[in-house]
Each structure stands twice: as C-alpha cells, then as structure tokens.
Design a binder for this molecule. Structure first.
Ligand SMILES: [Zn+2]
Length: 195
C-alpha cells in the first residue's frame, strides 16, 4: 500500500470544517489567540480527517483521532488514529504559513514537516530543518542527532527521507517513512482541483 501525502492551503479553511472536528480539536482552535494560528490548526485537523477518512472509507467526522500526550496525558500529543477492527494508518501533520500537509503510512511511523522559509532565522538551512523535524516526528532521530545540528542529518536504520515539493514557492518540506524503498508515494491536493 502507498504512502500518501495530502496538501492543502488556508484558502480551504472554511468555518464549516469545524463541523467535522471533535470537541478536543475545536477547544484547541478556540484556545489560540491569532486568527492565522486558528486557521492553520483548523486546516491541519480537518485535512488529517479527510485523508484518513479517504483511506479507511469513512466520513471525516467518523475518524477517531487520539492526541494523548505521552509525557503528561494532555490532549496535545502527536495524533494517532484509532480504528477498531481495521488496520489504522500511522499519520503525521504539519502546517506553516498558508500550507498544511498530512502524511499517512500503512508501513509504520511517519513524519512530515513543512516550513515557510521566510519564518526561519536562516532560510538556507530550511531543507535540513524540515528533514530533522520529519525524522523527529517519525521517531527515528537518535538523541545525539537532536544535539548535533549538522547537515545533512543522517538517516538512522531503515528510515527513508524524501524531499517533498510544496505546492507553493518559498516553502520546503520533507517526509520520513519506514516503508520499504519501493513503496509508492501518492501526492494529493485537497480540495481537488475543479474541472
Ligand atoms: Zn504533554
């Protein structure tokens, strides 16, 4: 089965999307002060549901997302999909600027990261930045790698790092998966282009 990468932009962050989110997701959005942060949080949560729903053959509102933090038990951890009776995909979500991206893998932990270059202190380090973030999200970066901010970041064990091409210029993105090297990578855009 393919690894899927779903892209969307804030242009799609309609208030109606709140209707497919759960109470935890809505509370998180309401807790944010800045409209841009609320929009990105809404878009990331909705895109995750749309992508997983498509994969599992459910409606977006039916997807069960667990965000229990491994450290404190609060509702702000990395998302996990709960799907009793069906194999749940591993997922990762990132947003920056006006873009959101979701990665979904049936082949174990996955990490995705997108970054608007103009938000970085050193935009030239953007590629290494997103690669490191994606490695950390996939849980494959050793602690020594977190300390040693070197470039390029070595890929540990059988993880594969891919450079992704964001749908807008001025952004960089990376994907790390544990999928076999010959696994197909499917790129989707949401909502799909009209016509
Ligand atoms: Zn916590």
């Amino acid at each position: 089965m393919a690894v899927e990468v779903w892209w969307s932009s804030l242009a799609a962050a309609d208030r109606d999307l709140l209707g497919i989110l759960d109470a935890t997701e809505r509370a998180r959005i309401e807790s944010l002060d800045r409209p841009a942060d609320r929009g990105r949080s809404l878009l990331g949560a909705a895109l995750l549901r749309v992508a997983v729903a498509s994969h599992l053959g459910l409606a977006p509102a039916e997807v069960v997302v667990d965000r229990t933090c491994n450290e404190c038990g609060g509702p702000h951890g990395a998302p996990r999909i709960l799907s009793p009776g069906m194999p749940a995909p591993w997922v990762s979500v990132s947003h920056s600027g006006v873009l959101a991206v979701v990665a979904l893998s049936p082949h174990g932990p996955v990490g995705v990261d997108v970054q608007r270059l103009s938000d970085l202190t050193d935009p030239r380090a953007g590629r290494d930045w997103v690669r490191r973030e994606a490695l950390l999200k996939a849980g494959t970066a050793a602690p020594e790698m977190e300390r040693a901010v070197t470039s390029p970041v070595p890929v540990q064990t059988d993880a594969t790092a891919h450079e992704l091409r964001p749908p807008l210029s001025g952004y960089v993105a990376a994907l790390v998966t544990l999928a076999p090297a010959d696994t197909e990578l499917v790129i989707r855009h949401w909502p799909p282009a009209q016509g």
